[in-house]
Design a protein around this ligand. Structure first.
Ligand SMILES: [Ca+2]
Ligand SMILES: [Ca+2]
Ligand SMILES: [Ca+2]
Ligand SMILES: [Ca+2]
Length: 414
């Protein structure tokens, strides 16, 4: 029996039989493998139809969530693909920053994050060629994926990284200036430099599909199967899309383990690990949501994001088993990773998904209440139900999450 190969294309898994028409021209040398010829052999308009029981599916979706992407994404023909940079689409129909964010998400993409001068140039070129903008309040600018809504002057990308660390940090002259004390969303100037502008201002915007190199690639598996995979065309320098080729079934049962990101080597003993979910820790020294978010990052995780009732129950147990929170008058609530800072009443996780899409939106009694018109950060009651809490002013304990330990993911062999 010939091996079946599953290909993950922008997170989409395709299954190729031996009849798949792909020619070998291996030019890529890294672990990011593109297979452009696949375009002719696959129907990209169809959602994921593969083996839903595959361990790959939650893994892919988890990674997509971590990148703020929707699940089951496909390569889109309305994006402009640049080798090694990614796919971009310049939307000329103006929108507010949050509307723009959601339009990108609906396309399986995200508001653009500029990771290099070259990417800024790519976007600048798209800007130049964009033609008239419709409904724009300032056609010199387009929204992209950063903001300082968490903390004034501290710019972070929509996936929560410090803007200064993602590879491009060139501001237009005189920017950022937080003009009118009301510029908290990211934009790009027509020449490619950055500017902070009013989130509510409708301007054009740029969506991005990820550069293949940003996807965590399971290269070891690919290499281990090089003999099998030779029949595939492999070219990381074209505008291809593929990330990695993984055998669904192999001639033997020795398929290597799926190795998850960085979680394997850093298992912390101050976290409680719950099989299949993740590791959790209630920090009992109360602080602000913004500070809590950073502390979780420093520990290699993030503020907890609840994706299921089971996870809410697990977090509730961790909460109840932990020591008493200090430095707060609120002992039964703790910050977790969601907020409604993008738009009042519209709750999104720190990964940019709606709570509903993330998989859990059960609130504590009479919550959310946006008390004093000042509760825009996410919390969880010790019973596992959600509560909106003030981002600042009052301090709370908080719950960090690290990815599930590697022992929760075993073989990918069918
Ligand atoms: Ca600002
Ligand atoms: Ca500005
Ligand atoms: Ca609120
Ligand atoms: Ca509340």
């Amino acid at each position: 029996m010939s091996p079946l190969l599953s290909l993950i294309v922008y997170g989409q898994v395709y299954f190729l039989g031996s009849g798949t028409n792909i020619r070998p021209t291996v030019t890529g040398s890294d672990n990011s493998i593109a297979i452009p010829a696949i375009d002719q052999t696959l129907d990209e308009t169809q959602p994921f139809q593969g083996n839903q029981n595959s361990v790959l599916v939650p893994e892919i979706n988890r990674r997509r969530r971590e990148m703020g992407l929707s699940e089951n994404n496909v390569k889109r023909s309305d994006y402009n693909y640049t080798p090694g940079i990614g796919g971009h689409k310049f939307h000329t129909k103006a929108a507010t920053w949050n509307e723009a964010r959601k339009v990108c998400e609906s396309e399986g993409a995200h508001l653009a994050i500029v990771n290099s001068a070259r990417e800024a140039e790519v976007i600048g070129n798209l800007f130049t060629k964009s033609g008239p903008h419709f409904g724009s309040k300032d056609s010199n600018y387009a929204h992209i994926g950063f903001h300082d809504l968490y903390e004034e002057g501290e710019f972070v990308t929509i996936d929560g990284k410090s803007l200064a660390t993602v590879g491009f940090y060139e501001w237009k002259d005189g920017e950022p200036n937080n003009h009118g004390n009301n510029e908290n969303c990211g934009s790009v100037y027509k020449m490619g430099q950055l500017n902070d502008i009013d989130c509510a201002k409708s301007v054009a915007f740029v969506c991005e599909l990820p550069d293949i190199s940003r996807i965590v690639v399971i290269g070891a598996i690919f290499l281990a199967l090089a003999a099998t995979v030779k029949q595939l065309q492999v070219d990381a320098t074209t505008n291809g899309v593929l990330l990695v080729a993984i055998p669904l079934q192999t001639a033997n049962d020795t398929a290597p383990c799926l190795v998850r990101g960085q979680s394997s080597s850093k298992k912390r003993d101050d976290y409680t690990y719950v099989h299949g979910l993740g590791g959790y820790k209630l920090h009992t020294r109360a602080t602000t949501w913004v500070e809590a978010r950073l502390i979780c990052q420093e520990e290699g995780g993030h503020l907890a994001v609840i994706n299921s009732v089971a996870e809410a129950d697990a977090v509730s147990q961790v909460f109840k088993n932990a020591e008493r929170i200090t430095g707060s008058g609120y002992l039964n609530d703790a910050f977790i990773g969601f907020h409604d800072l993008y738009r009042e009443g519209e709750y999104v996780t720190i990964h940019g998904e709606s709570l509903e899409k993330a998989g859990y939106d059960l609130w504590h009694t009479n919550q959310p209440n946006n008390l004093n018109n000042n509760q825009n950060c996410g919390g969880i009651h010790d019973n596992g139900r959600l509560n909106d809490l003030p981002c600042k002013g009052q301090l709370f304990g908080f719950i960090c999450e690290v990815p599930a330990a590697r022992d929760t993911v075993h073989s990918i062999a069918a």
